[in-house]
Design a protein around this ligand. Structure first.
Ligand code: C2O
Ligand code: CU
Length: 551
C-alpha cells in the first residue's frame, strides 16, 4: 500500500489532526504507513556499497581483546561557587571543555579524530551524592566546521545555523528547565553555559550528552557523552562491590574507515543524507574496540550504559554464567535478578553484578549475541571477597493506576517515500515546531499509552521524570490507522522483571501499546520527550512537553 498525498491527508484527517508538512520536503512523495520494516532499514544503512560512502574497515581484520579496557577518569571540580538556590551555600563548580582530540581506539589503528568532553570519549565521570548540588560550565571549544555529514533538511539543522552547535543534557537528571539542555538552547563554538544540578534524586547511573537540535546524532557519535553517577546512603549500606570492583562500561557501536576514522554512513542522495538508523560493525567499550579487563575471581559491579545511536544489544557471557541485575535506569531494583541475556536499548542502563569466583584462569567474552563486545580475564589470585549482594536492595513501591488523573494516547509514526525509504519519524503525528500538546500538572500522575505503529522498537525517553512500566499489549494496527479503534490481538504482557525498577527510557515494542505511569515532580517548565534512537530523534521524533501549575 503506497498512498498519495491526498490519501495521506485523509488518513491524518481520520486521526483528527491537520499535518503541516515542513517546507522543503517533497510533499507529493510523502507516503503514509505501512512502514519500512526494521530489517530493510538495517540493510539500507549497512549497504556501504553506495557510492557516497568511503570504504569501511573490515572489523574481522582487527584483532579482538588486545587493548586493556580504559577506566574512566573522574571529573575534578575547579573550586566552589554560590548555589543558585541559596547564595550563602557554596557548591562544587566544574568546567568541562568540549574539544576535538585524537585518541587510539585500537592497538593497530592510527589515532581517531573524535569530539570529547575534556577531549575524552567517553567524557570524565561525575561522582555526585544525592542532594548535593553542583554547577558545571559546559564550554564549547570545538572547531567551527563539523566533520560528520549534516542533513540540512532536518529540523533545526538548516543552512543558516552554525555547523557546530552543542547543548548538554543530563539524561535521567531531575534538573530545572533552564539547566536541562533544551535542544534549541544550543550555542556555537567559543561559547559556554553554566548548568545547575541539584541532584535531589535517588542513587542512579545517569549520563550526560549533547542534545543540539538536528545534529544530536552526529555530536554523540563524534563522542560527546559521559557518565554521571549519583550515590546515596541507602545504596552505601548494601556494601555492593565498590572502588576497583565497580566498573562502568559504556558500550556503543561505530563504523570506521580504512584509516581508522569515524565513518557515518549517508544515503545516495546528497540533498538528503539522513538514514533512518545507524548500525556500526565495530563494538567499543569505554572508547576502545573490543577491549579486555583483568579481573579477580570475585564479585564485580558493572554499570552498563548503551550509548549507541540505534543498536539494541542482547548481552551475554559466553561461558553461560549468569549475571545478576541489581539496577536499571533510575537506580536499584527491589531485589537482584538472575539473567543469562540482557536486552538493553539505546540510553537504557543496567547495573549488574557478576561473580567470577570459581572461574580462575578463564577468559570470558561479553557478547552481543554472537558478536564480541569485550573480554574478562580472570586471574588466579586468591582473594577474600568482602562485598555483599543482599536479597533486598531497595523498595520500589508500585504507583497505583488509580492515582493517574489523565491518560494520554500517543502514537509513534514512521513515513516512507515511494521507494520505501524512511524519510520522517513523528510522535503522535506532530512535528517538533507545533504547539505543545502535553501539559501535565506538577505533582500529578498520568498514564501514557505509547501506540507503536511501526515495525521497530523505539526507546522512548522523558526528561525530568522517572516512571514505571505498566504493561504492553499487541494490537491490530491497520484497523487502528483506519478507524482509530484499538483492537488487541493478545493478552496484556506485564513488564519484564528487570523493568520493575524506576525507568526513564522504555522500549516501545512494535505493533504494541506500551503503557507507562509517570508522576511529574520536581520543576515546572518546558522539557522534551523523544525517541532515543538518535537518528529518529533528529528527524522529528521529539516533542516538547510542559509541566504546568497545579489545578
Ligand atoms: Cu538521553 Cu533527551 O536524552
Ligand atoms: Cu524511534
Amino acid at each position: 500500500m503506497s498512498l498519495t498525498r491526498r490519501d495521506f491527508l485523509r488518513f491524518t484527517a481520520t486521526a483528527g489532526l491537520a499535518l503541516h508538512l515542513p517546507a522543503g520536503r517533497d510533499e507529493d512523495s510523502l507516503v503514509a504507513p505501512p512502514y519500512t520494516r526494521g530489517t530493510e532499514v538495517r540493510r539500507i544503512s549497512a549497504s556501504l556499497g553506495a557510492t557516497s560512502n568511503p570504504p569501511a574497515l573490515d572489523p574481522t581484520k582487527l584483532a579482538a581483546f588486545v587493548d586493556p579496557l580504559p577506566l574512566l577518569p573522574i571529573a575534578r571540580s575547579n573550586g566552589f561557587r554560590a548555589s543558585p538556590d541559596d547564595s550563602s551555600r557554596k557548591v562544587p563548580f566544574y568546567q568541562i571543555e568540549m574539544r576535538e582530540a585524537l585518541s587510539k581506539v585500537h592497538r593497530d589503528l592510527p589515532p581517531t579524530r573524535q569530539w570529547g568532553f575534556d577531549g575524552l570519549v567517553p567524557g570524565p565521570t561525575f561522582e555526585a551524592r544525592s542532594g548535593n548540588e553542583l554547577l558545571v560550565e559546559w564550554v564549547n571549544r570545538l572547531p567551527a566546521r563539523h566533520f560528520l555529514p549534516i542533513d540540512q533538511r532536518l529540523h533545526g539543522a538548516d543552512r543558516d545555523k552554525p555547523e557546530v552547535r552543542t547543548v548538554v543534557h543530563l539524561h535521567g537528571g531531575r534538573t530545572p528547565p533552564s539547566s536541562d539542555g533544551y535542544p534549541e538552547d544550543w550555542y556555537p563554538s567559543g561559547n559556554s553555559a553554566t548548568y545547575f544540578y541539584p541532584n535531589r534524586q535517588d542513587a542512579a547511573t545517569l549520563w550526560y550528552h549533547d542534545h543540539a537540535m538536528g545534529i544530536n546524532r552526529l555530536n554523540i557519535y563524534a563522542g560527546l557523552s559521559g557518565l554521571f553517577i549519583i550515590r546515596d546512603e541507602i545504596e552505601d549500606q548494601l556494601k555492593l562491590p565498590h572502588a576497583r570492583y565497580e566498573v562502568p562500561l559504556v558500550i556503543f557501536d561505530r563504523m570506521l574507515d580504512t584509516r581508522g576514522q569515524l565513518l557515518y554512513p549517508v544515503s545516495d542522495d546528497p540533498q538528503a543524507p539522513w538514514l533512518a538508523d545507524f548500525f556500526g560493525n565495530v563494538m567499543m567499550v569505554n572508547g576502545r574496540v573490543t577491549p579486555f579487563l583483568e579481573v579477580e575471581p570475585r564479585r564485580y559491579r558493572f554499570r552498563i550504559l548503551n550509548g549507541s545511536n540505534s543498536r539494541l544489544y542482547h548481552l551475554l557471557l559466553d561461558n553461560g554464567m549468569p549475571m545478576m541485575q541489581i539496577g536499571t535506569d533510575q537506580g536499584l531494583l527491589p531485589s537482584p535478578l538472575e539473567l543469562r541475556r540482557l536486552a538493553i536499548a539505546p540510553a537504557e542502563r543496567a547495573d549488574l553484578v557478576a561473580d567470577f569466583a570459581g572461574h580462575h584462569g578463564e577468559r570470558i567474552a561479553l557478547k552481543d549475541d554472537a558478536v564480541d563486545v569485550m573480554q574478562f580475564r580472570v586471574s588466579h589470585a586468591r582473594v577474600v571477597d568482602d562485598s555483599h549482594l543482599p536479597h533486598l536492595l531497595r523498595s520500589v513501591p508500585r504507583i497505583p493506576e488509580a492515582s493517574a488523573v489523565r491518560t494520554r494516547t500517543l502514537t509513534l509514526n514512521e513515513y516512507n517515500d515511494r521507494t520505501g525509504k524512511t524519510i520522517l519519524m513523528l510522535l503522535n503525528e506532530t512535528y517538533w515546531h507545533q504547539p505543545v500538546t502535553e501539559k501535565p500538572r506538577i505533582d500529578s500522575t498520568e498514564i501514557w499509552n505509547l501506540v507503536n505503529l511501526t515495525d521497530e522498537v523505539h526507546p522512548i525517553h522523558l526528561h525530568l521524570v522517572r516512571f514505571q512500566v505498566l504493561d504492553r499489549r499487541v494490537f491490530e494496527r491497520f484497523e487502528y490507522q483506519r478507524t482509530g479503534h484499538l483492537r488487541y490481538l493478545g493478552p496484556v504482557t506485564p513488564p519484564e522483571q528487570n523493568e520493575m525498577g524506576w525507568k526513564d527510557t522504555v522500549r516501545a515494542e512494535p505493533h504494541a501499546v506500551t503503557r507507562i505511569i509517570v508522576r511529574f515532580e520536581g520543576y515546572k517548565g518546558r522539557y522534551v520527550w523523544h525517541c532515543h534512537n538518535l537518528e529518529h530523534e533528529d528527524n522529528e521524533m521529539m516533542r516538547p512537553y510542559e509541566v504546568i501549575e497545579p489545578a
